[in-house]
Design a protein. Structure first.
Length: 368
């Protein structure tokens, strides 16, 4: 039910799903996974894949048997593995006429607002071009201080900045159990978690940290991020063929259900963020449009106050200088000064480029 109603889906796959214990590529599994992606796309779903495997494939290419490398050496291996990883995806996905792209992210790309907005724009453009983005942490440049540390966290942040409906964590376990099933035969699979605090308070999560790729603790932390972002999350066994269809058919997995809507979560984040960097004064026509749920366009802007960059938090004032809304600006203050009062179709001619026609999108705006 949850997948059926999802428009944007982020899927995280670990390196153990790409390369088996014998260091052989799991081509049969990857082919079945590509079939699942084709199936989702046929139902008009927008899909993002967060994949591990660069270091594993780099080690295989360079004939390294050792797994725990020092940071600088693992970065070099990752640079080789990234090519191998994308070639592998490209070769298999092309059989199903699925176009792919690669996006490499560091921690700052999702934690810093301007960079996260730029990343979101890239994802949106790739969706419009009918490409499936494949995301990985940029292991080649990320230092210990700026690493996510695990792809569960990376995937949850990717889901957050893209306003995703569902995050799927494909692991080597069926989901969250009442106890560690490798030790306790009477362990029960928890199929739904509605309240992260209440429903799992009696479960020893730390005792399961060696159970599943990346540990169960990182998956719970990912669920918390998704919960606050209005995104549902599911932990499912990815070792089976056609793992996405398995979720729909058998539902042998754990769903973490968010209680807040995506829009409410986003707007709460906007209103509670740091002090606004500037102000836009608009005319009566623009105010009326905003009152009717429209976005703010350049034509309705009368004055720009303060100096701010694209993605910064700003105030929106009416003709009497009364604040009635706040939002995230799609343009810098210098750009808005050049385009204010102009029609949207004139922006590209004035600036020489255009990223968005809305100065503040309705989804990035909160009325005070």
């Amino acid at each position: 039910m949850y997948l059926k109603n999802s428009k944007i889906i982020v899927i995280k796959i670990g390196s153990s799903l790409i390369v088996d214990e014998s260091n052989e590529i799991r081509k049969k599994w990857l082919t079945s996974f590509a079939q699942d992606i084709q199936y989702l796309k046929s139902r008009n779903k927008k899909v993002i894949i967060v994949s591990s495997g660069a270091i594993a494939l780099g080690s295989k290419k360079m004939n390294f048997q050792k797994k725990n490398f020092k940071l600088d050496k693992s970065q070099a291996i990752a640079s080789v593995g990234q090519i191998e990883l994308m070639n592998l995806f490209s070769k298999i996905f092309s059989k199903f006429k699925i176009n792919i792209s690669q996006i490499l992210l560091t921690l700052d790309d999702t934690e810093e607002r301007r960079r996260s907005i730029n990343a979101k724009r890239t994802f949106e453009n790739l969706f419009q071009l009918d490409y499936v983005p494949i995301v990985n942490e940029n292991d080649t440049i990320a230092t210990t201080e700026i690493k996510y540390g695990d792809n569960d966290r990376l995937a949850s942040r990717v889901a957050q900045i893209n306003n995703a409906d569902t995050l799927i964590l494909l692991s080597d376990v069926d989901g969250l159990f009442s106890k560690n099933p490798k030790i306790f035969k009477n362990a029960k699979l928890i199929k739904k978690v509605n309240d992260l605090n209440k429903d799992i308070k009696n479960i020893n999560i730390k005792g399961m940290n060696k159970f599943g790729s990346g540990g169960m603790n990182t998956k719970i932390e990912a669920a918390k991020i998704c919960n606050l972002a209005g995104c549902n999350m599911v932990i499912a066994n990815g070792l089976k063929l056609n793992p996405i269809k398995e979720i729909e058919k058998k539902n042998k997995c754990t769903w973490f259900i968010s209680k807040v809507s995506k829009l409410h979560a986003r707007k709460k984040w906007i209103i509670s963020s740091v002090s606004p960097k500037g102000e836009l004064t608009i005319d009566d026509g623009a105010k009326k449009a905003l009152d009717n749920g429209k976005s703010l366009l350049a034509a309705g802007i009368k004055k720009v106050s303060g100096k701010f960059n694209k993605g910064d938090h700003i105030k929106i004032l009416d003709n009497k200088r009364h604040e009635f809304a706040r939002g995230l600006s799609s343009f810098s203050s210098n750009e808005i000064i050049k385009i204010m009062g102009c029609q949207s179709n004139e922006i590209e001619k004035i600036l020489g480029y255009i990223s968005k026609s809305e100065v503040v999108h309705k989804d990035d705006m909160v009325k005070i």
